[in-house]
Write a protein that binds this ligand. Structure first.
Ligand code: PLP
Length: 328
């Protein structure tokens, strides 16, 4: 059986929930709701924040603050949450109640987090889509303090950064932050569609039976795959390897002193390199002209985005670097 109606509990879904909660214990997560994608997970997180706020403070306190340059999905509401004009073109009108602030600017955040109108602050610890931009420790710590003082939910979109990508199981752990809500997807079920939003202690009981649902969310097949992923990934020695390989990749790129590479940044196996030329023709040439070819991503127009598979070997890393260097 790949799927069982959500009116019933299945052992495999319960086991997946327990294991995922225990993998996210360092971030203080207590409960999980399973969805099918990242956008659906973020929508769920926004619903949770709005219900928390509306049941406690009444109507009108529903705004979600996000960052300029953020990426949270492609549904009408998650596009609303996404602070990048380029994704909005042609698709309005959007869901109301989203406000953007520039990342790193704590005064702008202080002004935006109005305790009478704002329900939540949704943030990526490292912005993926727009250029591999890690937020600073000072910024995220100050943001957490403001959220706590004003009873605004601090929500981490870990769809790209989570599941060990940045070298800890969740990126918020490396900042020592325990958010109210965390969202996951992408590698959650190792290539099968799956998403999840997780709730910390304060908001674990906000959503009650009937408040939210998803026909295929947490289906038996995705749950079995997710359990297998966690058995491999949620282990300190595995996460340490992601960190080591990421450092190796960054060190190699730096050692080239290449005139076309101007900056290298990132955490774990999530690395960005700013280049002086357009990234897209280079990515194309890496597939069509290099032999063997190399699959790379861009983030924005002039940043190369490295998100290698966790199983990449040191030899494969070296080989990929050689291909990139010769094509650059
Ligand atoms: N949030 C972040 C940070 C993402 O990187 C993505 C996808 O790239 C999403 C949300 C949307 O996830 P999905 O494509 O599974 O809806």
């Amino acid at each position: 059986m790949t799927h069982v109606c959500n009116y019933y509990m299945t052992d495999i879904q319960a086991a997946f929930a327990e294991k995922l909660i225990s993998a996210c214990a360092g971030a203080g997560m207590k409960k999980v709701f399973f969805a099918n994608s990242g956008a659906e997970a973020n929508e769920g997180a926004c619903k949770l924040a709005r219900k928390y706020s509306s049941s406690k403070y009444g109507k009108g306190r529903h705004t979600i603050v996000t960052l300029l340059g953020s990426f949270h999905g492609r549904t009408i509401t998650t596009l609303s949450a996404t602070g990048q004009e380029s994704f909005h073109k042609d698709f309005g009108p959007f869901t109301e109640g989203f406000v953007y602030v520039p990342g790193g600017d704590i005064e702008a955040l202080d002004r935006a987090l109005d305790k009478n109108t704002v329900a939540g602050f949704l943030v990526e610890a490292v912005q993926g889509e727009s250029g591999i931009t890690p937020q600073s420790q000072e910024y995220l710590s100050a943001a957490g303090k403001l959220c706590e003082e004003r009873d605004i939910l601090f929500m981490f979109d870990e769809i790209q950064t989570g599941m060990g990508r940045t070298g800890t199981f969740l990126a918020c752990e490396s900042y020592g932050i325990k958010p109210d809500v965390v969202t996951l997807a992408k590698s959650l079920a190792g290539g099968l569609p799956a998403g999840a939003f997780l709730a910390g202690e304060k908001v674990a009981d906000v959503l009650q039976i009937g408040d939210h649902g998803s026909t295929f969310g947490g289906n038996s097949l995705a749950a079995a795959a997710g359990l297998a992923v966690l058995d491999t990934v949620a282990k300190p020695e595995f996460l340490k390897e992601n960190l080591r390989k990421g450092e190796k990749l960054k060190a190699a790129l730096k050692s080239w002193n290449h005139p076309k590479i101007t900056e290298i940044r990132g955490m774990g196996l999530m690395i960005g390199a700013d280049i002086t030329v357009e990234a897209w023709p280079l990515l194309e040439a890496l597939i069509t002209k290099a032999d063997p070819g190399l699959l790379l991503l861009s983030a924005g127009k002039k940043t190369l985005r490295f998100l290698p598979p966790y199983i990449i070997s040191d030899d494969e890393l070296d080989q990929g670097l050689d291909i990139l260097k010769s094509m650059l």
